[in-house]
Design a protein. Structure first.
Length: 197
């Protein structure tokens, strides 16, 4: 197990309980079901475009895909198309379980990637807390479909029907990022301190 995984797990559990969930729901009990609007490939593609707007110098992105996620191939194709247009290099890794995720993060070399992108509805649903914790531990910005993750440390979230953009300004500052005024004006919610709008 990754040396920092115990601390990450404790933090994830605290956040999940705060949000009213069950302790085992995020990492231990995979969920399945009909995809939501936030699972549409077009929204995943738009999320990558927003990443580039927030980090204009972004070049290398860690993309996490799940080989057993039926929606995964369409999402990955959409993300690859956008990445080619934006001239982004995608470091694609396949993970399925908590062990896979922790092991993958443990192998990342400093500076190998500049952001973390989840290209799988299944991973986003089952491991958002774990992924956010591990990315934060390594000072890597991460985005999600769910505004709750922006409230608890992700750089931004974009999803829903209609899609809403939530930007965590406190996270941006901690990473040394300046959020453009154009994005501030377009955001549905700006979080500036302690997870509060």
């Amino acid at each position: 197990m990754h040396p920092g995984s115990a601390a990450v797990a404790v933090a994830a559990l605290a956040v999940w309980l705060h949000l009213g969930g069950e302790p085992a729901a995020d990492a231990a009990r995979p969920r399945a079901g009909r995809p939501s609007a936030s699972d549409e490939p077009s929204l995943y593609a738009r999320r990558l475009e927003l990443f580039k707007e927030l980090l204009p110098s972004l070049r290398r992105v860690l993309v996490l895909a799940d080989p057993i996620d039926p929606a995964g191939p369409d999402v990955v194709r959409a993300v690859r198309a956008v990445a080619a247009r934006l001239r982004l290099h995608l470091e694609e890794r396949q993970v399925t379980s908590q062990v896979d995720i922790e092991g993958m993060f443990a192998t990342l070399a400093p500076g190998e990637v500049e952001a973390v992108y989840i290209a799988s509805p299944r991973l986003a649903a089952n491991f958002s807390l774990l992924l956010t914790g591990l990315a934060t531990e390594r000072r890597l910005p991460i985005a999600s479909h769910d505004p709750r993750w922006a409230e608890h440390g992700a750089l931004f979230s974009y999803g829903g029907s209609p899609p809403e953009l939530v930007i965590n300004l406190a996270t941006a500052r901690s990473l040394g990022l300046l959020v453009p005024q154009s994005l501030r004006r377009r955001a549905t919610t700006l979080i500036d301190r302690a997870g509060r709008p």
